[in-house]
Structure formats: structure tokens, C-alpha cells
Ligand binder design. Structure first.
Ligand code: GLA
Length: 383
């Protein structure tokens, strides 16, 4: 990274920051319903090399696109020509709106988090950028606030109405553990990944443009569900407050589409808590079964899966030694996550790849992920 930075800026970077992507084990489309999620920060990450400048300019090289974008900190607007730079712009805009004074920046950026694959490549860029500014500018921010500000950049500047999960895990992830995050209180607990199990990601290699619009539409349906259920359950402010028993009592009062969306969220929250209890008890079969149920619910009720994700998941379900498998992230393409006995990883690679290829004509990407720590400085220059 230092060499690449020197190539563009003729000097050593003051620091190199590494922010991980993530894979979510269970708890999908629950974060923006004040619910529970169980993500893992992974060993696919964004590297950002940066040095402060003495003026108000920000110059960013996207090494993977071989492009450069430039803007001034006193006039931050979205850039349609270099959409990738809207993450830096959005982060700068939010930090400044919170009253922080930022130095100008020279930066170079590269990533091995596949883009648009449901592994939070954008959250990793936001968190890397915000952390670099925090360290270089001496900003007083804890990691939870850093995550919240990055989420705001994505909501208000980029225009994707995402929840807090991705930025939170990229900022606060822990090695060898998943995090159970309560997306209302933002309290979290470590949940160790059991020994001899592998977290395996399989990429459909399908990317679809409709993710943002469908995502925002699902959010609105959930809000509509809360509004309707409040007639019978006046104390609720989010689907998180509705138990499966309460839902069973009132679901008939909801219109069809909204009922399906709410059914997914209410039961998914319950599944996360049961899944964590199972993992802590070493009961991998129950954990895996809950992952499978999560997929079925995302496919049938939330309607965010697609034929390619279903093909990968069904192929994984047939391999002995696979505890569970489901789509991960927002959906409509991207990746699946599977919890696999270490001894079955090779069989998974072979059989899932050949079944998927036979069904779709596409060779999937399959990789075993290590649970990594959240954002950190990996090189602080020679100073
Ligand atoms: C995207 C969003 C997250 C979360 C997931 C679905 O990754 O960025 O906030 O809502 O989708 O669980």
C-alpha cells in the first residue's frame, strides 16, 4: 500500500487503515426494525492509505478502478461521475456537520471485498475513511458513534436507507467471534465461533440494480406493519416489540404483503436469540436449522432471494457436514453463508460448485472466512 501511495503522492502515507467487510450469520432485515443481528467481520477488507494535507482538498485514488476524484471540504456535493467517491464525500459531510474540523486528505484505496455481493463493501469504505480522519484529525469519537455517523453518511448522502449492522460490525468486530448486536440499544455481546467449524461464503456472482429500491420498499412495508399493529398493541414502536405469540393473534388484521414482511421480521428476531443460545450450548444442529429457516422465510415471506441464491443454498443443504445455509445481506443476488464442519469444507467446495454450475451455468466463488477484528491502523508510516 505504501508503494502505491508513494507512486501517486511522492511521499509515504502517514497511516494505512484496514476495515473489514462482514458476513451475517443470522438476523436478516432485522436491524432497521430495532432487532437483533449476528454478523462476523471477515478477512476481506478495505485498505486506505492516507496523509493529511495543509489545504481543504481531498484527493482520493481508487486503485481498483484506476480513477482519481477530488473535492474541497468547504463544498461537498455528490459526484455522479465517480460514484465510489460519494462514500468519502458523505463521511466528510457528516463529520463536519457534527462540528468536527477535518484536515484535507491525500488517500489511496483498495479492497478485496467483492462489490455489491452483500458483504458490506460500502460500509467498509465508510468506516476506513472515517477512522483515518479520526486518527489524523485527533477526533474524539468512540466506535459506536463512528459506526452511527457512517450509517448516516450512507442514509443521508448516498441515499441507501440501511440499518446499523454493517458499519457496526466493521467498526467493532472481534477476532474469532460473531457479535450479537441489539440494534435498538446498540449493546453487543461476543459469541465465539465454535472450534472445527468453518464459516463459508459462496458468491452467486449475480448483481442486480434493484437492491436499493426494493430495500427501501421493504423498510416502508415494515413501518406500515408497525402503524397497523399499533391499533392493537399501542406500546410498540418497532417490529422488535412484537412477540411471535402477539403476531399470531393480530396477523389476520394485516394486508397480505405487509403480513408476510412482518412475519419474517418477528420470527427472525426470535430465531437470532434461539440461534445464539444454541451456539453457546454447542448445539450446531439447531443453529444450522435456524439458518435454514431464515433462508426459507427470506425467500417466501420477505421475497428478497433469487433463483441463484436458492440454487446455492439448496446445493449446500444436500452436503453432509453442512449445519445450515442461507442467503446473507440485503439479497437479490450476492452471497450465501453456510456453517460447515471443517472436515466437510472440501466436499462443500466441490459439490456446491458443480450443482450451482449445472443449475445456472455460472461458476460460484467459494471461500472460507476467518472472523477478524474491526477497523484498525495496520501501518503508521515511519514517523
Ligand atoms: C444491508 C444493510 C443492512 C441490513 C442488511 C439486511 O446489508 O446495509 O443494514 O439491513 O442489508 O439484513
Amino acid at each position: 500500500m505504501q508503494n502505491r501511495f508513494r507512486q501517486f503522492f511522492g511521499m509515504e502515507a502517514a497511516l494505512v487503515v484496514c476495515a473489514p467487510g462482514r458476513v451475517n450469520l443470522i438476523g436478516e432485515h432485522t436491524d432497521y426494525n430495532d432487532g437483533y443481528v449476528l454478523p462476523v467481520a471477515i478477512d476481506r477488507s478495505v485498505l486506505l492509505a492516507a496523509s493529511p494535507r495543509s489545504d481543504w482538498r481531498v484527493v482520493v485514488h481508487a486503485l481498483d478502478f484506476d480513477q482519481q476524484a477530488e473535492f474541497s471540504l468547504d463544498d461537498i456535493t455528490p459526484d455522479a461521475e465517480h460514484p465510489w467517491s460519494n462514500y468519502q464525500r458523505g463521511v466528510a459531510w457528516v463529520l463536519q456537520s457534527e462540528g468536527f474540523t477535518l484536515p484535507g486528505l491525500n488517500a489511496a484505496l483498495t479492497s478485496d471485498v467483492p462489490i455489491g455481493a452483500g458483504l458490506s463493501s460500502s460500509a467498509a469504505v465508510e468506516v476506513a475513511t472515517a477512522y483515518a480522519w479520526q486518527v489524523l484529525g485527533g477526533l474524539e469519537l468512540d466506535r459506536v458513534r463512528l459506526a452511527l455517523l457512517c450509517q448516516r453518511a450512507e442514509n443521508e448522502f448516498v441515499g441507501m436507507n440501511c440499518g446499523i449492522m454493517d458499519q457496526f460490525i466493521s467498526a467493532l468486530g472481534q477476532r474469532d467471534s460473531a457479535l450479537l448486536i441489539d440494534c435498538r440499544s446498540l449493546d453487543y455481546e461476543l459469541v465465539p465461533i465454535p472450534a472445527r467449524t468453518a464459516v463459508v461464503v459462496a458468491d452467486t456472482r449475480m448483481r442486480r440494480d434493484l437492491v436499493a429500491s426494493e430495500y427501501n420498499a421493504r423498510r416502508r412495508e415494515c413501518e406500515e406493519g408497525v402503524r397497523l399493529l399499533q391499533r392493537y398493541l399501542p406500546g410498540i414502536t418497532a417490529l422488535r416489540d412484537v412477540s411471535p405469540a402477539q403476531f399470531a393473534e393480530y396477523q389476520a388484521r394485516l394486508p397480505d404483503g405487509v403480513r408476510q414482511r412482518c412475519r419474517h421480521v418477528v420470527h427472525e428476531n426470535d430465531r437470532v436469540l434461539r440461534a445464539v443460545a444454541a451456539l453457546r450450548a454447542g448445539d450446531l444442529d439447531t443453529f444450522g436449522q435456524l439458518m435454514d429457516e431464515s433462508h426459507t422465510s427470506l425467500r417466501n415471506d420477505y421475497e428478497v432471494s433469487c433463483p441463484e441464491l436458492d440454487a446455492l443454498v439448496m446445493a449446500a443443504w444436500r452436503v453432509a457436514g453442512v449445519y445450515g445455509s442461507r442467503m446473507t445481506g440485503a439479497g437479490f443476488g450476492g452471497c450465501t453463508v453456510s456453517l460447515v464442519d471443517e472436515g466437510a469444507v472440501e466436499a462443500f467446495r466441490e459439490r456446491v460448485a458443480s450443482a450451482y454450475q449445472a443449475a445456472t451455468g455460472i461458476a460460484p466463488e467459494i471461500y472460507v472466512c476467518r472472523a477478524e477484528a474491526g477497523v484498525s491502523v495496520v501501518d503508521s508510516g515511519s514517523s
